[in-house]
Design a protein around this ligand. Structure first.
Ligand code: FES
Length: 108
């Protein structure tokens, strides 16, 4: 059976910005980029630590990549694929989501 959990209203997430979320002790973050919203586990594949250095700060300065604040690994926003840094070639864990009635929802 599919469980749908509303997370937030997508109007709260401007394009090229990110938002950290905690849900049942799961650390997640959402990124809005070029009209799409992506949801990932907030865990760097290098050391397993959270990615952000300040709340909701997950992107590099040009807002083109997700950046881990610990050792600077860069990940593509659309696939979570690491293109630079100590975990090159690894991926963030994507989390299934859908927009339903203006809400970003976790789908499990
Ligand atoms: S913990 Fe993220 S790059 Fe090392």
């Amino acid at each position: 059976m599919t469980t749908v959990t509303p997370l937030f209203n997508i109007s709260e997430l401007a394009d090229n910005s990110a938002k950290g979320l905690e849900l049942n002790q799961r650390n997640l973050f959402a990124v809005s980029h070029k009209g799409q919203i992506y949801l990932y586990e907030n865990r760097c594949p290098h050391k397993g630590v959270p990615l952000e250095w300040m709340p909701d700060t997950f992107l590099d300065i040009e807002k083109q990549f997700i950046q881990c604040s610990t050792h600077g690994a860069l990940f593509t926003i659309d696939e979570g694929f690491c293109i630079a840094g100590p975990c090159s070639g690894a991926r963030l864990t994507a989390v299934a989501c859908e927009i339903i009635n203006g809400q970003l929802c976790l789908v499990e």
